[in-house]
Design a protein around this ligand. Structure first.
Ligand SMILES: Nc1ncnc2c1ncn2[C@@H]1O[C@H](COP(=O)(O)OP(=O)(O)O)[C@@H](O)[C@H]1O
Ligand SMILES: N[C@@H](CCOP(=O)(O)O)C(=O)O
Length: 325
């Protein structure tokens, strides 16, 4: 669950005095999510999401995240819109944490994505990339290739507790990724965590994107590679060609990939698998089992990584891509 911080009714009412939201009718913690504490809040003026930023979100990054959501919503992308207080600011403080209110997005995330969903996700991601092109604030990716080895080292040589030989396997793959990681490809603001639990659907139609708290500046095709890992594998971790084709096709229906992006895409996908393998491994080894957080399985990403290492060109996925316009 993700309610790390208790919020009392008097504290919440005092926080809401800065806003024009009328009377507080109810609020309750939301069990989903892992990073921040989220509450569903109802007032005279409607339903809202209250987010309290927890320790893994740096305060200095909040203007980027909040500004990005305002920017994207302003360009017609369906995502939570920060609700300003009467003084025009969106960020306040509650229970000793930075806190903000957001509009409530209708829809539900899908636990069993269909190829048609993947297509919509690809198109929405490309629209997001284009809409963010003139976003003026920058945030470097704190979880890009340069951060992976330190993250591995922070696991303190304990990877083999999760799977025999895992430490050596990770280090070999890290060496290859570090040596070949590209630069100079189209870059911009990426979501960087567009997993199924961060995409809402209503009656089969994508209704919005949430959780921009890993968003950063990085290679656009790397964002698509992250989504390929997250959306196009079956529960037994076999790759679903139809979903891969749908995701990339959806993306290219809005923003065709450049030849260099296509060439390097298999490496980007290996990097994406490594990034999630490592963050999950770190959490697996360091978050106490008594914690309320549901830890995600690192081995899911080890299996994906192994498959992705067998791929040399995008054609090996069974996917056709349209290069350029
Ligand atoms: N704007 C929103 N509208 C509707 N539900 C939301 C909104 N923001 C968050 N939620 C709910 O809160 C849950 C956790 O949000 P998320 O941003 O993924 O948290 P975390 O950053 O902790 O992973 C989501 O799965 C969703 O149920
Ligand atoms: N998507 C990441 C974990 C981050 O969780 P989120 O709830 O913030 O999307 C993973 O699957 O490892």
């Amino acid at each position: 669950m993700a309610v790390y911080t208790d919020v009392t009714e008097p504290d919440l009412s005092a926080f809401l005095e800065r806003y024009d939201l009328g009377r507080l009718l109810s609020y309750k913690g939301i069990a989903e999510g892992v990073e921040n504490s989220n509450f569903l809040l109802r007032s005279d003026k409607g339903t809202f999401i209250l987010t309290l930023y927890e320790r893994r979100v740096a305060r200095g990054d909040l203007p980027f995240f909040i500004g990005l959501m305002e920017h994207l919503a302003g360009r017609g992308l369906s995502c939570p819109l920060p609700v300003p207080a009467r003084d025009g600011t969106a960020l306040g403080e509650l229970a000793g944490r930075p806190a903000a209110l957001f509009t409530f997005l209708e829809g539900m995330w899908t636990r069993h994505p269909l190829a048609a969903d993947c297509r919509q996700v690809g198109a929405a991601m490309a629209r997001m990339h284009l809409a963010a092109a003139d976003f003026p604030i920058r945030r470097e990716n704190a979880l890009s290739v340069g951060a992976w080895r330190p993250l591995y080292e922070a696991c303190g040589g304990r990877a083999d507790e999760v799977a025999a030989g895992l430490g050596e396997e990770i280090q070999t793959e890290l060496g290859k990724l570090e040596a070949a990681w590209p630069s100079g490809l189209p870059a911009g603001v990426i979501h960087a965590d567009l997993f199924p639990d961060n995409v809402f659907f209503l009656s089969g139609e994508l209704s919005g994107l949430i959780d921009f708290y890993f968003a950063c500046n990085d290679l656009l095709a790397y964002d698509l590679a992250i989504a390929l890992c997250a959306w196009c594998f079956e529960p037994d971790q076999s790759f679903n060609v139809t979903k891969g084709r749908a995701l990339l096709g959806g993306y290219e229906s809005v923003r065709p990939l450049e030849r260099e992006e296509v060439e390097v895409f298999p490496l980007l996908a290996r990097g994406a698998a490594m990034r999630f393998l490592l963050t999950r491994l770190y959490d697996w080894l360091t978050i106490p089992d008594t914690s309320f957080v549901t830890k995600k399985d690192p081995l899911e990403y080890l299996r994906k990584s192994r498959f992705l290492r067998t791929i040399e060109s995008v054609g090996d996925y069974g996917v056709d891509v349209r290069v350029g316009r």
